[in-house]
Design a protein around this ligand. Structure first.
Ligand code: XMP
Length: 320
């Protein structure tokens, strides 16, 4: 049983010094490694780990080809400011090879997970000689995995996989007693810039969760372009999460006097507190129209833009 540290009981400075001490003593001078996604959890773990053991910790960012525009550069640039050199590994080909021909949502997720752990990160870990793996698992991940809601999280132990046997390394999870709000406080105390801990949630399978059907490099690029527009235009709405989704079906459109059998983008924008339930944000119609204009003008091949008005449940936040 993991003992929760609730926000009201959290003293960030004390938490940080305790975890730094814990990481130092667990690694005992040995090499450690962690994967940074740019999300709040893995970012806080990266800062804690480097505070604890400095260069004995290698931090890798795996470029899977599924991230948002400029994300690898932004993430490594941010950590550079903290004096941390993030190793960016280009694994785009491996991920797209694994996704080739896959249209079923669960198969796509599984392909990404397997490619990440078994192939890419597994190989990096083996080659690094590190025995310790730092992970940003939080208590909510444990709860949701145990409840069978999430299967994407990295909680090997809770899934009954012995990490020592499966991958030959030991996992250290410094954030496991915290919820998201606690992680944010720790991030703030570590000097993380507000834009990082205020970021909207972004799923592990990244843009592949926003492409219905096969996630090819070209289709990911379309949804990436639409995502940039949606995030730019909706960033000041205060909504919980917003996204663009590329549909599989095509529709007839018309451009420059010619018929165009084009693509469809769906916009979703959610009001929610914990992502368990959510309702569509009542966006001003002019804003929706602006999104549609920007997308049809700037994302080649898109002729239709729709806004989702269903709640979760029965919808989910992501489309895949
Ligand atoms: P759903 O789509 O299940 O999403 O309503 C709930 C919240 O979780 C995020 N999400 C994921 N996060 N791996 C993740 O790390 C995933 O596979 C995944 N699927 C959904 C989603 O963005 C939303 O905030």
């Amino acid at each position: 049983m993991i003992k929760e540290i609730a926000l009201k009981d959290l003293v960030p400075s004390r938490f940080i010094s305790e975890k730094v001490e814990e990481i130092r003593s667990l690694t005992g001078g040995g090499k450690a490694i962690n994967a940074l996604s740019g999300g709040i959890d893995s970012s806080v773990v990266t800062l804690l780990g480097h505070k604890a053991i400095g260069n004995q910790l290698t931090t890798v960012f795996i470029e899977n080809g599924l991230m948002r525009e400029g994300e690898p550069e932004q993430v490594s640039g941010l950590f550079k400011k903290f004096g941390i050199d993030v190793v960016v590994v280009d694994a785009r080909k491996e991920f797209f090879d694994a996704l080739k021909g896959k249209t079923d949502p669960e198969e796509k997720r599984e392909a990404i997970t397997q490619t990440f752990y078994k192939n890419v990160f597994g190989r990096i870990v083996r080659e690094s000689g590190a025995r310790f793996l730092l992970q940003g698992t939080i208590l909510t991940d444990v709860d949701e995995t145990v409840a069978g809601i999430k299967r994407q999280h990295n909680v090997f132990e809770q899934l009954g996989i012995d990490p020592q046997e499966a991958f030959g390394y030991r996992i250290i999870e410094p954030l496991i007693q915290l919820r998201k709000d606690g992680v944010r406080e720790v991030g703030r105390a570590l000097g993380m810039p507000p834009e990082l801990f205020k970021r909207i949630p972004f799923p592990g399978p990244a843009l592949a969760a926003r492409v219905i059907g096969e996630a090819t490099p070209g289709r990911i690029e379309m949804v990436r372009k639409a995502t940039t527009i949606v995030e730019r235009l909706l960033k000041d709405t205060g909504a919980f999460q917003y996204m663009a989704i590329l549909h599989e079906d095509r529709v007839t459109g018309m451009r420059d006097g010619k018929r165009e059998f084009g693509h469809q983008i769906e916009i979703r924008c959610w009001d929610s507190t914990d992502a368990r339930t959510a309702s569509p944000t009542q966006l001003p119609f002019e804003l929706l129209r602006k999104i549609a204009d920007d997308i049809t003008l700037n994302v080649p091949g898109v002729v239709s833009v729709t806004y989702n008005i269903a709640t979760k449940p029965p919808s989910t936040i992501e489309a895949v």
